[in-house]
Design a binder for this molecule. Structure first.
Ligand code: PLP
Length: 405
């Protein structure tokens, strides 16, 4: 007997809650209608607190990479000096996009597994005339979450006029983010990550300074021109035909997140992350990321000596657990567990149990029950520390209420 649906534990696309799937199957509506305008308005209003902005958010129908491209082409001109701060594969991609469009890109490349160092960014910016700095909030390839507040403060201090462009495709919605307070200028996220929806939409927020830069930037742009999105948005529309089914889903995902409250959403992600790390470590897996900057949405762990990814993955898939392998230079060296979106601690415990039994089957020195016990303890401690308790089959969390018993 199979689980019917695999436990999809990759760092996006994520499994969808039933109500999100159902709205995705709804009949099409006119995208130039009050009904669609209301959906766009709800998405805008629902997303703003997660971005930490009061500004407009462009709702683009494209992958997250399209959102990154929009960030670059809207505020930069060919020849502009740009500092690409990369801590992994997606940081490299962001820098590459700027380069392809003609920016003069210098790079800071942290060793994979480590966060960017504010002191190094400060040093590189000093005296140089950079138009923009590219940051990755959550580096999905390594499972590292950058300290964006500290990095942005370092940039503001050293290069007050530099635009700060942030890839938060796999971070936003899962952890607190304060775009306005931190002084970020363009922030990008994607529907298939923390937002519990299918792929197909990128949300891009811009600061006043970024909107001003758009008026003089000369990189070519048409489909991704954020000014067209802003102008159409003022009338409750998108400039081009939007991914309506994905909009239905993002709207429903945000409704579920509102019921849970942002604090509940963040606590659930923290508990799932803590459970994943503790479970893997208790089984003897070595985590990849620097402990000070581990991601709340994805955990990468080294494959032990002698265990090859193909064999491990085949055995895991046979037990209906879908993990991600390593990307780029980490292919065949690490595996990654996604814990974002509609993830529950129950799903993580199940994933850890599967990894445990497969590891034992494959002859790894793992004690039965060790991973699950550690994961369960870590989840409970994390939720307890945040005054959260879970209720109901969905694992829905409530925050601040008295703990039963
Ligand atoms: N940036 C980060 C940090 C990501 O994790 C991803 C996707 O995994 C992307 C960018 C690209 O998003 P997409 O695959 O939707 O283009």
């Amino acid at each position: 007997m199979s689980r019917f649906e695999p436990n999809l534990r990759i760092p996006g696309p994520t499994g969808l809650p039933p109500s999100v799937r159902e709205v995705g199957a709804r009949q099409m509506i006119n995208h130039r209608s009050p009904d669609f305008a209301a959906i766009l308005a709800r998405i805008q209003a629902g997303m703003k607190p997660y971005f930490g902005t009061t500004g407009d958010i462009g709702i683009l129908s494209c992958a997250g990479t399209g959102g990154l491209e929009a960030a670059v082409v809207n505020v930069l001109s060919p020849g502009d000096r740009v500092l690409g701060v990369s801590i992994g594969s997606f940081g490299d991609r962001f820098a590459k996009i700027a380069e392809v469009y003609g920016a003069d890109v210098d790079r800071i490349a942290a060793e994979w597994g480590w966060a960017a160092e504010p002191a190094e960014v400060r040093e590189r910016l000093g005296g140089a005339d950079y138009k923009a700095v590219l940051l990755t909030h959550n580096e999905t390839s390594t499972g590292v979450m950058n300290p964006v507040a500290e990095l942005a403060a370092a940039i503001r201090e050293t290069a007050p006029d530099a635009l700060i462009l942030v890839d938060s495709v796999s971070g936003l919605g899962a952890v607190p983010f304060e775009m306005d307070a931190w002084g970020c200028d363009v922030v990008v996220t994607g529907s298939q990550k923390a937002w519990m929806a299918a792929p197909g939409m990128a949300m891009v927020a811009a600061s006043d300074r970024a909107w001003t830069a758009m008026e003089t930037a000369t990189m070519p742009r048409f489909y991704l021109d954020l000014r067209k999105h802003r102008d159409a948005g003022a009338g409750g529309e998108t400039p081009w035909t939007p991914a309506i089914a994905v909009a239905f889903q993002v709207d429903e995902g945000l409704r579920l997140m509102e019921v849970e409250t942002p604090a509940g959403v963040f606590a659930r992600h923290a508990a799932c992350a803590a459970a994943t790390r503790a479970g893997l470590e208790a089984m003897g897996f070595r985590l990849f990321a620097d402990p000070a900057h581990r991601s709340e949405t994805v955990t990468a762990a080294w494959l032990p000596d002698g265990l090859d990814w193909k064999t491990f993955n085949t055995a895991l898939k046979a037990q209906d657990l879908v993990l991600a392998g390593g990307q780029g230079k980490l292919a065949g060296k690490v595996f990654r567990v996604g814990h974002l979106g509609s993830v529950t601690t129950g799903e993580i415990l199940e994933a850890i149990a599967t990894i445990e039994s497969v590891s034992i089957d494959l002859g790894l020195p793992v004690t039965a029950g060790s991973g699950v016990a550690a994961a369960e303890r870590a989840a409970a401690e994390t939720l307890h520390a945040r005054q959260v308790h879970t209720a109901g089959a969905s694992g829905q969390v409530t925050v601040g209420a008295a703990r039963p018993g």
